[in-house]
Design a protein around this ligand. Structure first.
Ligand SMILES: C[S@@+](CC[C@H](N)C(=O)[O-])C[C@H]1O[C@@H](n2cnc3c(N)ncnc32)[C@H](O)[C@@H]1O
Length: 243
């Protein structure tokens, strides 16, 4: 990351910065951009794994820390080693499909959302993971490398989510649990509680709550991917011994 990266006034130093940093590491830490994250969940997980992790969102960070409050497209070329991205899914999920019939404005919004995803996936960053629920990215850009579920990572919630990966291995489940369901007898359908309770509202704060990354997923990403970043980005041995 270039030293002139825009620093916003609400940033503070993160106390966890060097926690878990491997002893043998010399040189700079992997610089990880957590794109489209206000909750700081993934940022804190990567910081705890020893990375120089920054979140970026047009919203302020929910908790103090290394946060860039700006349009993420303005900082994609700032020399990041890795990016984990959570772009908005409002106009690109399968559930949004039904509102596109005879709705040119909605199509414009989908095009714009898709261009945003395309820009993130094509950012000049060596290691990228982009997360999004099942939706149009698969047909408009490409299939995800894998689908994950919160219940693969200790949360009893079903939410099929794609991961589009560049340079990173598939995320392995860490704790598979049974998902919980609420059955709506009238509709004859079952729902995940988080979606059932919030499905009748499109309020922005509810949409944000639905989009917050699960802690178990964040821990798995940092636990499995940060060591790889240390191996590839940071010299694990003194430079003189390097081949
Ligand atoms: C689906 S939510 C992801 C939330 C994330 N998983 C978290 O735990 O904070 C999408 C986020 O993208 C942010 N966003 C939308 N457009 C953006 C942009 N151009 N640059 C940066 N962030 C953006 C929204 O404010 C929202 O917080």
């Amino acid at each position: 990351m270039k030293s002139d990266t825009k620093i916003q006034p609400n940033q503070t130093e993160n106390q966890n910065d060097n926690f878990c940093r491997p002893d043998a590491v010399v040189g700079p830490l992997p610089k990880v951009l957590i794109a489209c994250e206000y909750s700081a969940t993934v940022r804190e997980a990567f910081a705890a794994a020893g990375c120089d992790a920054w979140s970026c969102d047009i919203l302020p960070s929910k908790i103090p820390g290394k946060h860039l409050q700006c349009d993420v497209r303005d900082i994609l070329y700032d020399g990041w080693d890795a990016m984990i991205a959570f772009p908005p899914c409002t106009f690109i999920t399968v559930t949004a499909n039904r509102s596109f019939v005879n709705n040119p404005e909605r199509w414009e919004q989908r095009l714009e959302a898709m261009k945003f995803v395309y820009d993130l996936l094509n950012a000049p960053i060596e290691f990228i993971a982009l997360e999004n629920p099942v939706g149009a990215i698969s047909t408009w850009i490409r299939q995800p490398d894998q689908y994950i579920q919160p219940f693969f990572f200790g949360h009893p919630v079903s939410k099929k989510t794609g991961l589009w990966l560049k340079g990173l291995p598939l995320l392995k489940p860490t704790k598979i649990v049974e998902p919980e369901w609420i059955t709506d007898k009238t509709a004859g359908k079952r729902y995940s509680p988080i979606h059932y309770k919030t499905s009748s509202t499109n309020r922005p704060e509810v949409a944000l709550l639905r989009g917050k990354t699960f802690e178990g997923v964040a821990a798995a990403m940092a636990g499995q991917w940060a060591p790889l970043l240390f191996l590839n980005v940071v010299s694990p041995t003194p430079p003189a011994l390097h081949r």
